[in-house]
Design a protein around this ligand. Structure first.
Ligand code: XCC
Ligand code: SF4
Length: 646
């Protein structure tokens, strides 16, 4: 066990060692116990969707090449891929639906603790959705917007309204290919139907539906989640926060919110500022109530309130092992069951709050929107009461400043100012070559890889090449932990062109755009870049790419597929995609699909090679746009770059 192999984050290394010394298991240990993992599964060639199986295809062509029903490797791999995408879509979109329900309840006055905060965004959304705004109250408008949004998940006919935000030529491609997304529920249901035994057995047709269901997420469920959260909790604007386990305080009551839906974390954040509760915390000898987040809910809180982030996916168990956490409240997605065992070793109270996500043996407090703040206060009080039970603590010092809060609106505002908010300066700087292109670095952390290493190395390599990086999800936190969201650290690492633009505008070269549902902010931004003009007619013309070299969840595959279906190059680490067991599926995903949809997949696990691959792709797109200058491009090293700066 070498902590440095397990994580590139110093605080995590310290806690991994500490857990090993204390004899407490974590995900890395459990991964070791799982070795060797199933090679068939890794290649995507095992099928257990009917009870004639489970079947598996021999990858060396010596054993069985067909399942009992006759399905070949292409069908099996494609079906598994579609099921992964559909599962990912269902996660984001169920999150989106919950937000829509709370939004509607808030507008109706049935969820008294939630109030619409960003009315400007409400009016814009209303206009977009054709809701009358004249002489109506915000709540009346909100009710109509909420109803329309909620219907998007299950409406019996028509296609996703958010898809109308895409450039017209993109919409035409979707129409021609027959992948314009209908209701989210319908696309997910159809995915399960088509991938069941004896239904769709043409791998290209199966992957086509993977595009359609993924688009229902990116230009549907997840986009609505972001939009409605912004209206309800406020659209993020840049602000400073702190990231890493050093944000845990030894003198305060520490509460960790972990999961995805800001419905819970917003209320706990509010409750932690309650005067009465603060007084109670003082009474038990604490100097305050410290709320910090892990995983995507952490991104939501940092983006909107500057609330600190304790870590990303693989930090969740480590955080508890500090012994300083009075309470961890979790909702949905990416919650390891292993938390329950770790929490048992300390005084930490682990509490589940979403009725659809309980853990056996763990206390459950149901979070109901009609009494959300009261429930949150109850949780905070539980944490305060638990402070006295704290034993010895071990808190790493490591933390970094980070600037978060780069929503679509705030980027537009930063670039152009309130009165002429516009993407023009960005387009101009891409055209003149100071910025070569834009890349979304997204994804999770995974114990199979050295935590955070690929995200951060790749990000450094990209900004060095004058490529603007937008991050979401746990990749954001990875970058944040290593200072990349801190302009004073990351500007030094950026190429001269990118650096100049970022300094002029006052933004870091790595923009933290939020949680995983907020990948849709990137889609909206790219559509705006097309609309602004000078960089082609369609998303597929843009010098952009998406990349995810470390991830765990099916959600990441769904995100990848909606970026591909939106016209982008998407690079994943090989192991994550689990499609290598079919040559035909690979050939289609890595090449053929580009003819149909303009985007394609690529696999590369090495961050340096991935940066090279992406850079080449971006330059190719620039060539095609005719915006590449004649003079030879040059990669500056540190010394040369310093000499450029006066
Ligand atoms: Fe989960 Fe969202 Fe992945 Fe992190 S990035 S491990 S999905 S928390 Ni979304
Ligand atoms: Fe086997 Fe076919 Fe059933 Fe899959 S669907 S388990 S390949 S028989």
């Amino acid at each position: 066990m070498d902590p440095k192999k397990r994580s590139s984050d110093k605080a995590a290394q310290e806690m991994i060692q500490h857990m090993a010394d204390s004899g407490i298991e974590n995900a890395w240990d459990r991964l070791e116990a799982q070795q060797p993992q199933c090679g068939f599964g890794n290649l995507g060639i095992c099928c257990r969707i009917c009870s004639m199986g489970p079947c598996r295809i021999d990858p060396f062509a010596e054993g069985a090449q067909l399942g009992v029903c006759g399905a070949d490797a292409d069908t099996i791999v494609a079906r598994n891929f579609l099921r992964a995408v559909a599962a990912g879509v269902s996660a984001h979109s169920d999150h989106g639906r919950t937000v829509a329900e709370v939004f509607l309840a808030a507008a109706r006055g049935e969820a008294k603790d939630y109030k619409m905060k960003d009315l400007t965004k409400l009016y814009k959304l209303a206009e977009e959705l054709g809701v009358e705004t004249k002489d109506r109250t915000a709540n009346e408008i909100g009710v109509d917007v909420g109803k329309i949004a909620l219907a998007e998940f299950g409406k019996p006919e028509g296609t996703q309204l958010m898809a109308l935000r895409a450039p017209k030529p993109r919409q035409a491609i979707w129409k021609k290919q027959g992948v314009t997304p209908r209701a989210v529920d319908r696309e997910v249901t159809e995915s399960l139907h088509r991938s069941g035994m004896g239904v769709d057995q043409d791998y290209k047709n199966i992957i086509k539906h993977a595009s359609r269901v993924a688009l229902a997420d990116g230009w549907g469920g997840a986009m609505l989640a972001t939009e409605l959260q912004d209206v309800l909790f406020g659209t993020p604007y840049p602000g400073r926060g702190e990231i890493n386990m050093g944000v845990i305080r030894d003198d305060a009551v520490n509460i960790i919110v972990h999961g995805h839906e800001p419905i819970l974390s917003e209320m706990i954040a509010a409750a932690s500022m309650d005067e009465e509760l603060l007084a109670e915390a003082k009474k038990v000898g604490a100097k305050g109530i410290n709320v910090a987040g892990t995983c995507c809910t952490a991104n939501e809180l940092l983006m909107r309130h500057g609330i600190p982030i304790a870590g990303n996916f693989l930090n969740q168990e480590l955080v508890i092992a500090t012994g300083a956490i009075e309470l961890m409240a979790v909702d949905v997605q990416c919650i390891m069951q292993g938390l329950a065992e770790v929490a048992k070793c300390f005084h930490t109270k682990l509490i589940t709050t979403a009725d659809k996500a309980k853990i056996h043996g763990v206390e459950h407090v149901s979070m109901d929107e009609s009494s959300a703040l009261d429930t949150a206060k109850k949780l905070v009080r539980t944490a305060i009461d638990n402070f006295k039970n704290r034993g010895p603590v071990h808190i790493p010092k490591e933390k970094q400043y980070a600037v978060g809060g780069f929503s679509f609106e705030s980027i537009k505002y930063m670039l152009g100012g309130r009165f002429r908010a516009s993407f023009r300066p960005l387009n101009d700087n891409i055209i003149n070559g100071r910025i070569r292109g834009i890349v979304g670095v997204v994804g999770c952390t995974n114990p199979k890889m050295t935590q955070d290493f690929t995200h951060t190395t790749l990000t450094r390599e990209l900004i060095k090449r004058d490529i603007l990086v937008l991050t979401t999800g746990c990749a954001t936190i990875a970058c944040g932990k290593q200072g990349l969201n801190n302009p004073s650290v990351s500007l030094e690492l950026a190429g001269p062109g990118l650096r100049e633009v970022c300094e002029t505008v006052g933004i870091p070269p790595v923009l933290a755009c939020g949680s995983c549902v907020d990948n849709t902010r990137i889609l909206v931004a790219c559509s705006e870049i097309v609309r602004e003009g000078g960089l082609g007619e369609d998303l597929a013309d843009l010098p952009i790419a998406g990349v995810c070299l470390e991830s765990i969840h099916e959600k990441a595959v769904a995100i990848g597929q909606y970026f591909v279906a939106s016209g982008a190059l998407v690079v994943f680490a090989e192991d994550i995609l689990q499609v290598l067991g079919s040559k035909n599926v690979c050939e289609y995903l890595f090449n053929g699909i580009e003819k149909d949809l303009g985007g394609r997949w690529a696999t590369e696990s090495d961050p340096y090679k991935a940066a090279e691959l992406i850079h080449k792709h971006i330059e190719k797109k620039r060539d095609a746009l005719g915006i590449n200058e004649e003079k030879e491009r040059k990669l500056y090293d540190m010394e040369e770059r310093r000499s450029l700066v006066v």
